[in-house]
Design a protein. Structure first.
Lengths: 316, 307
């Protein structure tokens, strides 16, 4: 190990002598992770971009087609629909769960817990979190069954209380399906935001609330001025991570609607999967996946830089 | 609604707690009962109602999974079964050979968790303790692994595993998932190890400890709680993972629990309780993990969110 250290060391002289000698040997510990990363992420992503410049059915020869997959894509209505639906799913996975999560967390943390004990608070928190541990495939089977138009629970209950006129083919109606899927996503996501915001609240100095309470601020005023401000870092992180997750959403769509009826609930990830494995247009699917990867990366990087800047501003 | 009622209570309680204003804990505990009031109960009722709404699908699966079709059709889907019938559950279990799926899921999730944590620890040791050059960039590149959509990797992975005879093997999925998850683990552990007390490391070095001895005898024992959180999360993430096993494990004998349920998403069956039974069987392992690891999960969720 020492010999390799010497070999690597021959680079420029570092300010703190001895440090580079010490650090050089650490590169070996990075090797397994780096090799794995290259084999599982870097090379496959490169190959995916390569495929996207070809027409290929997965077997036989690949025909280079230049950028034509991408030009086709930009004139493909399904492609644009898939990204428009992504906005709906950002609402369902990021915006609504964040808004409700902050409210529920604040109520549990400084209304329920002080009055009814922290145990009540944590039991309720666990209840909200429960859907998070469920495999999405299971949640999908369960909700698909509940939405079933003939014998599904939702329609059966509606009919039994005389509201049969409200019974719908929830997942089979092109206008309703996206809202039915959104409903499942809110149910899945809300626990994540509640748990994170409750943890964030436990970090807030209770003296802030005490002072506001002494000044006669009511719960809603304290929520708006203290809770929302103090939770700003958590809200930013949650919005970024859940929006990225929403752009990538696949399993709930696969389980509930397979993008249908028609293309009413299609998302970019399902659209690329569909091209890869159903219509065997691998090059086209690869182009969709590449565009999605670029969009996700841009959103993540921009959001994180914006967040870093705005929290810096807060400190000053 | 909630806010209106909530705004009423603080006034009397501020008087209650005003004298020892500096100490929030003791008066709170003493004053808890008097602070509840009617509005307190109303808010609690609203929150409990929301919580029950969250539990509703679980309840529905539980009561209907044990019903016969006739029982389901004649009664209400909300009520308990008139008699317990394990027929639907047994049919599903036998139909998909669920025992085999459980074994596959346990083997794959267990191996991914252990391998993923080991990979994370090694990389984070180099970045956090070794403070190798360019570590910020290395971390940024690792982050790509968990922001990039798997759709942009899956076809090449499908081709590569096929060429390497790893397609439709559990090993193939284990390697890929372990690497992808270790990216997150590296990111998290690197920041934990970056704050590692340097005196401890310095002392070990003076005693002539090699890098590996430092890792094995100092870093590993002291980061065990964090590693436990990671292990739990990797296990559950892999258990719930759907996309990779869907594509890379097509044959029934290699399928995981998640994918075997995914196969049910095609068509509705004519038997109205079959899907309830299937959901119930799928919920049970998740529920066991939840009860076992609840504390670790709650601690871990925010470890990941805000470093």
């Amino acid at each position: 190990m020492t010999s390799t250290t010497q070999a690597v060391r021959s680079g420029p002289v570092r300010r703190r002598t001895g440090t580079s000698e010490r650090t050089a040997g650490y590169w070996w510990y990075l090797a397994p992770g780096a090799i794995g990363f290259a084999a599982v992420v870097l090379v496959p992503f490169g190959m995916n971009i390569w495929y996207s410049f070809h027409s290929w059915s997965g077997v036989g020869t690949m025909t280079p087609v230049g950028l034509s997959n991408y030009t086709t894509l930009f004139h493909d209505a399904t492609f644009w629909t898939s990204f428009r639906n992504s906005i709906y799913f950002i609402v369902a996975m990021a915006i609504i769960p964040t808004a409700l999560g902050v409210l529920v967390a604040a109520v549990l943390f400084d209304f329920i817990a002080p009055r009814f004990g922290t145990r009540t608070g944590s039991i309720l928190r666990a209840t909200f979190y429960l859907p998070q541990i469920l495999p999405i495939a299971v949640a999908g089977v369960l909700w698909k069954w509940m939405y079933q138009p003939d014998y599904g629970v939702i329609n059966t209950v509606l009919r039994s209380v005389g509201l049969g006129s409200l019974a719908q083919n929830w997942l089979g109606d092109a206008h309703l399906a996206i809202y039915a899927v959104m409903n499942v996503l809110v149910w899945l996501q809300i626990g994540y935001t509640v748990v994170i915001f409750m943890a964030g609240l436990s970090r807030v100095d209770p003296a802030l609330y005490e002072a506001a309470e002494l000044d006669g601020a009511n719960w809603w005023q304290r929520f708006r001025t203290i809770t929302l401000n103090q939770l700003r870092p958590e809200i930013a992180v949650v919005l970024i991570t859940t929006s990225v997750a929403a752009l990538k959403v696949f399993a709930p769509i696969y389980m509930l609607t397979k993008g249908g009826p028609g293309t009413s609930t299609i998302v970019p990830s399902y659209f690329s999967y569909y091209n890869f494995f159903t219509t065997m247009r691998v090059g086209y699917g690869a182009a969709v996946a590449t565009v999605l990867a670029v969009v996700v990366t841009v959103v993540a990087v921009v959001a994180m830089r914006y967040q870093a800047r705005s929290t810096e501003g807060l400190d000053q | 609604m909630t806010t209106d009622t909530a705004s009423v209570t603080p006034q009397p309680t501020t008087l209650d707690t005003a004298p020892p204003a500096g100490r929030p804990t003791t008066p709170r505990r003493r004053g808890a009962r008097s602070r509840r009031g009617i509005s307190g109960w109303v808010v609690l009722a609203v929150v409990v109602a929301c919580a029950l709404l969250m539990l509703f699908p679980f309840w529905i699966a539980l009561v209907n999974g044990f019903k016969t079709s006739e029982d389901y059709i004649s009664g209400s889907p909300l009520t308990l079964p008139s008699h317990l019938s394990f027929q639907a559950v047994v049919d599903f279990w036998k139909g998909v050979d669920f025992g085999q799926k459980l074994v596959n899921s346990v083997v794959i999730s267990g191996c991914v968790a252990v391998a993923g944590v080991a990979l994370s620890l090694l990389s984070a040791f180099a970045i956090g303790i070794g403070r190798i050059r360019g570590r910020i960039w290395i971390l940024a590149i690792f982050m790509v692994a968990f922001t990039i959509p798997q759709e942009a990797l899956v076809y090449p992975l499908f081709v590569l595993t096929r060429d390497l005879d790893l397609y439709d093997t559990r090993l193939g999925v284990i390697i890929i998932s372990a690497v992808l998850q270790s990216a997150f683990g590296t990111y998290m552990l690197a920041s934990v190890l970056g704050a590692f007390p340097s005196e401890v490391l310095e002392a070990a070095r003076l005693d002539g400890a090699s890098r590996f001895q430092v890792l094995r005898h100092i870093v590993l024992p002291l980061t065990r709680p964090t590693l436990g959180v990671l292990l739990t999360f990797f296990f559950i993430w892999t258990w719930n993972d759907f996309f990779l096993p869907l594509i890379l494990l097509p044959s029934a004998s290699n399928q995981t629990v998640s994918v075997s349920l995914g196969a049910l998403s095609g068509q509705y069956t004519s038997d109205p309780t079959a899907l309830a039974a299937a959901s119930l069987v799928g919920i049970l392992p998740a529920l066991v993990f939840f009860l076992l690891f609840q504390r670790t999960l709650m601690r871990g969720v925010n470890l990941g969110a805000v470093k």
